[in-house]
Structures are given as structure tokens and as C-alpha cells.
Design a binder for this molecule. Sequence first.
Ligand code: GRF
Length: 208
Amino acid sequence: KKLAVFVSGGGSNFRSIHEASKRGSLHGDVLVLVTNKSECGGAEYARNNGIPVILFSKAKGEPNGLSPSNLVDTLRKFEVDFILLAGYLKLIPAELIQAYERSILNIHPSLLPAFGGKGYYGMKVHKAVIASGARFSGPTIHFVDEHYDTGGILAQRVVPVLANDTAEELAARVLKEEHQLYVEVVEALCEERVVWREDGVPLIRSKE
Ligand code: GRF
């Protein structure tokens, strides 16, 4: 399968997916990287690894970003099957969601629906988890709809919150699981093991 990854930051999830793909364990290839920040770590990693970088942004100082319909056309040219958001902080426009129905995934660093939605990103998520007294957190991978963090939940992994955790310590513990979980989920996606329950909840069939 052909994959596009969207990043705004360091891109460690992007890197782990790309490395898994290079090992041949994914049945998928990252053909293109989309970013709203041309100088972010993820974009740099893409350039260093010969992956084309596309700027998609309306932000100030990034005037050359594509429009949503141009982005859809470009992704079609690459024959992209699935879009993976990996630390991409912008809302995905409706046009893209309609063009890639049931084909866009996001990873979020809390157990959704807790600690999700607009405003819950980066360290803010982990600070809120610690402040709440929750004893468990962990990554969620979900399909993307027009809102932040509300699409169908596909996979989660539980990580303990320790008594004296700082947000940074919790973030690192969650991130480690993110890398493994995203690779496993993308593997399932590429092997067509994602199935949809009648009520619209996505599930992963285990390998036979
Ligand atoms: C991850 O914690 C992810 O869950 C969130 O943004 C962070 C991205 O990290 N959406 P990285 O850029 O993949 O290192």
C-alpha cells in the first residue's frame, strides 16, 4: 500500500513507520510527507531520506502551501491509499476527509475520549492527565473526521501513570508505546485487517 504521512514536529512516529517499512515488515511504503512546517524535524528526516516533502499550510511565513483541492490532486498522483497523521497539529479539511474516507488515521497520546479535542496537544495532554489523578494513560489510534480527536477508535495501549511522574516522563513512556502501536496498526491497515462493525466502530482482525 502507498502511504502519506503528515507531521508538524519532530516526527519520531514518522521515523519508526518509515524504518518498519524499510525493514519490509509493513507491506506499505511512505511515498510522500506532508507538513505545515517546512523546517520541522519530520520534514528534515524526509529530505534526508529521499521522501518528497509537500507544504500544506495557510500559516503566515509559509506562503507556498497547497490548497486542499491541490493537495487531494497531489496525493492522487502519488496514488496514496492511506494518510497517517503523526503529530500533525492542524485540522484536516473536509475535502480531504471526503476524498479519503475511512483512510486517514491519527495518533493521540491519551486514552481517548479522555483528554482529547482542541487544546489537548503536546505536553498539555500529559499535564492534564497527571493533574486529574488518572492512574493510566496511553496512546490512541483513531480514524479522522472533521473534528479533533473524535473519529472511530481503532487501537489503544495502556501505560501506567506513576506517582511522581513529570509530564515529560509520562510523555516519553507513552511515546515509546506510540512507536510500536502505530507500526502494528499500519501493518494491519496495509494487510487489510481493519474491519468495520455494523455500528461504525473499526476493529483489527488478528493475523491467522
Ligand atoms: C505524539 O505524542 C503524538 O501522539 C501526538 O504528537 C506527538 C508527535 O510526536 N499527536 P512525534 O513528532 O512523532 O515525535
